[in-house]
Design a protein around this ligand. Structure first.
Ligand SMILES: Nc1nc2c(c(=O)[nH]1)N[C@H]1C(S)=C(S)[C@@H](COP(=O)(O)O)O[C@H]1N2
Ligand SMILES: [Mo]
Length: 249
């Protein structure tokens, strides 16, 4: 499929690692249980009790900490990290055989289902920001992202009253994430097609990825193919293995 090889998670260069910026969750037990999230031994994290702690974290995050309008800090382009580690669950960089045929499917509980090409998305309102990425493995890195607010998509597909959540799905071995509608409508939640003034690189989720500086890295679906509006709370790759569903910062 491709001869382009990018470093995978284990050999990614962790430049600009800022462990002091390691995400602090409101519930101390949650933070302790998160250290190896999106790591290599996720299976071992399925200890009894962890899922309960996650649920408390989610409740605190969703009902108390999250504000639909609070903006995450932004940085100057001069503060960008030299490198952003690249993570994906496939064994090789997920790439499309026919990028021109790619479309974002918007479906589920909506009045107007959509099929959007990259050109369609680029014609919609554009947001750019330079923000810090937080991975629960303990690294963070600053980069600029360019894309269309999810709110602009929501405006066009017109979710039905019963729609409360969105399931974001990818072509990376079925990686997916579930989001609540309020978080998706946050002004800094975007579908990014650009990074650091360039088209989104394959290693970082080309052609399109979800991005938000108010969520932990594992909530930011790369290699997007669809957004499905649901009434029930959708699961996700790491969420289903015990990591906090809300994943807020
Ligand atoms: N499709 C897909 N999206 C994904 C992942 C993944 O493995 N597959 N990993 C997540 C995790 S754990 C992180 S920290 C970020 C990493 O984004 P980056 O590779 O651009 O640094 O992507 C998230 N989105
Ligand atoms: Mo991560």
């Amino acid at each position: 499929m491709t001869d382009i090889q990018t470093p995978r998670r284990h050999d990614a260069t962790l430049q600009d690692v800022d462990r002091r910026a390691f995400v602090k969750l409101a519930v101390a037990g949650g933070a302790a249980s998160l250290v190896t999230a999106c790591g290599w031994d996720g299976g071992r994290l399925l200890r009894p009790g962890l899922l309960d702690i996650s649920r408390v974290n989610d409740w605190v995050g969703e009902k108390i900490l999250f504000s639909p309008t609070r903006l995450a800090p932004t940085y100057s382009t001069a503060q960008r990290s030299a490198k952003l580690p690249s993570y994906f669950i496939s064994t090789m960089t997920p790439m499309l055989d026919d990028p021109a045929a790619w479309r974002l499917r918007v479906d589920g509980l909506v009045a107007q289902p959509l099929e959007l090409s990259l050109d369609d998305l680029m014609r919609l309102p554009r947001v750019s920001y330079t923000v810090k990425h937080h991975c629960v493995e303990g690294w963070s890195a600053i980069a600029s992202w360019h894309g269309v607010p999810v709110a602009a998509i929501v405006e066009r597909c017109r979710p039905l009253k019963a729609a409360r959540h969105i399931s974001f799905a990818s072509f990376d071995a079925g990686y997916s994430n579930g989001w609540d509608l309020a978080s998706a409508l946050h002004p800094q939640t975007i579908l990014a097609y650009g990074m650091n003034d360039n088209p989104l690189p394959a290693a970082h989720g080309a052609p399109l990825r979800l991005y938000s500086p108010t969520k932990l890295g594992y909530k930011l679906t790369k290699y997007l193919v669809s957004m499905t509006f649901t009434d029930t709370r959708p699961g996700g790759y790491w969420e289903d293995q015990g990591y906090p569903w809300f994943g807020g910062i």
